[in-house]
Design a protein around this ligand. Sequence first.
Ligand SMILES: Cc1ncc(COP(=O)(O)O)c(C=O)c1O
Length: 380
Amino acid sequence: MEHISKLPNVETTIFSIMSGLAKKHNAVNLSQGFPDFGSDQKLIDLVSKAMNSGYNQYAPMSGNLDLRNAIAHKIESLYNSSYHPEHEITITAGATQAISTILNTFIKPHDEVIVFKPAYDSYEPGIVLNGGKSIAIQLQAPDFRIDWNEVEGKVNGQTKMIIINTPHNPTGTVMSKHDMLQLQNITKGTNIIVLSDEVYEHMIYDGEQHQSICLFPDLKSRSFLVASFCKTFHNTGWRIGYCCASKPLMDMFMQVHQFSVFCVHHPTQKGIADYMQDPKHYLKLSNFYQKKRDLFLNLIKDSRFKFKPSKGTYFQVLDYSEITQENDVDFAKRLTIESGLASIPLSVFNENKLDNKVLRFCFAKKDDTLKRAAEILNTI
Ligand SMILES: Cc1ncc(COP(=O)(O)O)c(C=O)c1O
């Protein structure tokens, strides 16, 4: 019997390839987007306490109410914006499930979804699985700014959704208030839904303010705000995230959520709800990661790699065009095999694998790991 894949173009991801190579060659691994340090023991204790206190059966479909209240409170205090904890916030299995469920809920065959490249790799497969068409807008190195005239030119009657991501993986750029206002103008009076991927909202540097979708009332009314506790609390394996949207949008989301996961891991939700009672647990992250970024960049400032400091996320892109004109995938592999340092070539996130001679390095690593990586980069 022969079967036809619904995602025939999906290959083994570069993340698996680079991590496999890193392991084989015992390389320092800055390719993967997760920390090599543990999470706060206090949080682990709170999750254990929740398990020992009986939070072991199904959570409500939207998630543990204490956690939804904590999220509503956080958004209110940081952005002066309200989402009703009972109708407008849903806890998901990581941001990944929120993204996939949003796409499954709204994208129909032939719908167009505008995606900015380089883009996080789960957006396009989710669009394609639903018969939608990804309309790519390629951002250009080194600034990766959005040309809103280009966006306006791509919007038409088929445009169902626009996906934004700020702070941005992989480039480490952030959207400005001006960007958000442009997006608001372009979508005003349309039926376009905005999926705003804000999983790195608490990792933003140099005094930049995170421009959450919920700060812009017209945008907020048409948008899903997507966030992740995996990223925020150094526990990518826990698979807990959430999304927020107006009640009419969230009601439709719940129709699909109900039959895909119904609800997610309950004790983790309760533990995180208790942990969030102290806002410094998430407010201190920008400072914590900025120090890591600065350590890494200071150590490589005399290397032959060129960079603009990352403004957010825990990724730093480095331009190697002064070193070689080799294709970025080949160079990333060679750097891993011959020099013992793994990264991710940016072309894998780009339209038509555009190669700007740029690699992505994750600095959510112990200081010692960053020092070892810098030593290698300084020899290249
Ligand atoms: C931009 C972006 N969105 C979403 C996700 C997925 O987050 P989660 O681990 O919560 O599913 C990631 C993870 O790397 C990401 O970088």
